[in-house]
Design a protein around this ligand. Structure first.
Ligand SMILES: CC(C)(COP(=O)(O)OP(=O)(O)OC[C@H]1O[C@@H](n2cnc3c(N)ncnc32)[C@H](O)[C@@H]1OP(=O)(O)O)[C@@H](O)C(=O)NCCC(=O)NCCS
Length: 177
């Protein structure tokens, strides 16, 4: 079994198809991504192409045996956010159900954290639905501090779901080789 974790800066046909499939599987497994059900493939492809076009977004992927199975996005603050320029955000962190339990999510998180620290960010923020037990455990075990719970975070299948909000302090590495 081989695992590869790296930054994605352009799409090839195979990776784009893989990430769309992984996202569809994850949505069907009820993670959301803010989608309730998988959109048409063209819409999904546009979403992933769009991610690479947003200057504030950095995308990292995780491959299991050559198949792209999960991803994480690091979001930098926009240029006008001068007062919070120290703080970046983690979003859309997921692994397809068939590839879970091999350490891909943890490695993706560590790579995004290293990149954030390299860029000089000292705080990372993220939020998770209260129903995502594995994710809640993963972030707590990796040093994320829960600072609040928003009772009205998302609305899924006729129910309001709470969100747990976390932060982690990073050691900025921008002056370190
Ligand atoms: C949360 C998620 C990303 C974990 O992916 P994964 O690749 O299976 O996680 P890893 O294999 O890297 O495991 C990381 C740690 O979490 C633990 N873990 C992962 N899944 C677990 C589960 N279902 N039950 C218990 N522990 C679990 C592992 O034991 C591991 O701990 P360790 O480092 O002490 O060994 C994945 O379950 C997922 O995509 N969930 C839905 C999306 C989601 O909730 N995203 C987060 C918010 S956007």
């Amino acid at each position: 079994m081989s695992i590869e974790i790296r930054k994605i800066t352009e799409w090839n046909r195979g990776d784009l198809a893989d990430i769309c499939e992984a996202t569809e599987d994850a949505i069907n497994d009820n993670i959301g991504f803010n989608w309730l059900s998988p959109p048409m493939r063209e819409v999904m492809e546009s979403y992933w192409r769009g991610v690479l076009l947003v200057p504030e977004r950095e995308l990292f992927g995780g491959w299991l045996d050559g198949n792209l199975a999960g991803a994480i996005q690091l979001i930098r603050p926009g240029a006008s956010k001068e007062t919070s320029s120290f703080c970046a955000q983690i979003e859309a962190h997921f692994v397809a159900p068939w590839a879970r339990g091999h350490g891909i999510a943890k490695s993706l998180l560590q790579m995004a954290e290293r990149e954030a620290a390299n860029e000089g960010f000292t705080v990372l923020k993220l939020s998770v639905r209260e129903t995502q037990d594995a994710a809640l455990r993963l972030y707590q075990e990796n040093g994320y501090v829960r600072w609040g719970i928003l009772p009205y975070h998302e609305f899924v299948s006729g129910k309001t779901i709470a969100g747990h909000f976390f932060y982690k302090r990073l050691q900025a590495l921008s002056n370190v080789e």
